[in-house]
Design a binder for this molecule. Structure first.
Ligand code: ATP
Length: 254
């Protein structure tokens, strides 16, 4: 069974069809790429999956359950988390605090236990601090843990955002242009990291990116959008050899 089924989904903004009757699936343990020219509807699809935008027509099914038009916090609770094209962090908090606050979402203690500093609360706090350090280690951020997030180099801010998304223990991670602004070396390191994250956390990943080497290098499947419609779907080699895709991206000689 597919982890995520995006079934004949349409999103209209007034007269503009941003996503028109698009369908695709994301299987367990898969990395799927969503590519297409600017304005093709990629981020709108992320906003529909996460409940930020309401679907006009169609259905979104996650692990067999209908999540169409549910509230974003309920969808996050189901196990879908995301990063954003324009990075969203607590800019004035440290790197460590950014991840710890996200880990607290999974904390299993209440306000009374916290106030009274009961043993259960102290044990939970130790567990969350351990989780935070493990995530910082994996993301290569441990040596910057006391740095204010806003002062981190751009590429590391993107890694920090992924760490925060992973702190919520997702089953499906949505990454919106994680390599934006990165140089080729950083992009290559990020590719290895995303593959490692899939193995380590057993998550599926849906990724939007314009770096073709990244998308072609790590995805099992690629979905290509153009003007809100699905133009093609297939393995990286199928997509690279698809004449419609080459035409949409590169244009044809007149
Ligand atoms: N809230 C909104 N209101 C009106 N139109 C919107 C809204 N959000 C997106 N759109 C429109 O929907 C279309 C698809 O936009 P979207 O941001 O999904 O494209 P994209 O493929 O992610 O592009 P990019 O690669 O530039 O980020 C665009 O024409 C955009 O202007």
């Amino acid at each position: 069974m597919a982890m995520l089924e995006f079934k004949n989904v349409t999103k209209r903004f007034g007269g503009l069809t941003a996503v028109g009757n698009v369908d695709f699936t994301v299987d367990d343990d898969n990395i799927v790429g969503l590519i297409g020219p600017n304005g093709a509807g990629k981020t709108t699809i992320f906003n529909l999956i996460t409940g930020v935008y309401k679907v006009t027509e169609g259905n979104i099914i996650f692990q067999g359950n209908e999540i169409t038009n549910k509230e974003p916090y309920l969808i996050a609770q189901c196990g879908i988390t995301r990063t954003f094209q324009n990075i969203r962090l607590f800019k004035k908090l440290t790197v460590y605090e950014n991840v710890l606050t996200a880990c607290h979402y999974n904390g299993n203690y209440n306000i009374v236990e916290t106030f009274l500093r009961l043993p259960k609360c102290r044990k939970e706090e130790r567990k969350l601090k351990g989780q935070t350090e493990e995530l910082l280690e994996i993301m290569g951020l441990m040596d910057r843990k006391e740095m204010i997030a806003d002062n981190l180099p751009y590429g590391l801010q993107r890694r920090l955002e992924i760490a925060r998304a992973l702190a919520l223990n997702p089953q499906l991670l949505l990454l919106d242009e994680p390599a934006a602004g990165m140089n080729p070396d950083e992009t290559e390191q990020l590719m290895s990291l995303i593959s490692y994250i899939r193995e380590k956390f057993g998550v599926s990943v849906l990724i939007i990116d314009h770096h073709m080497d990244l998308v072609m290098g790590i995805c099992e499947k690629i979905v290509v959008l153009n003007f809100g419609c699905k133009l093609a779907e297939g393995t990286p080699s199928e997509i690279q050899g698809n004449s419609k895709v080459v035409e949409a991206y590169l244009g044809v000689e007149g």
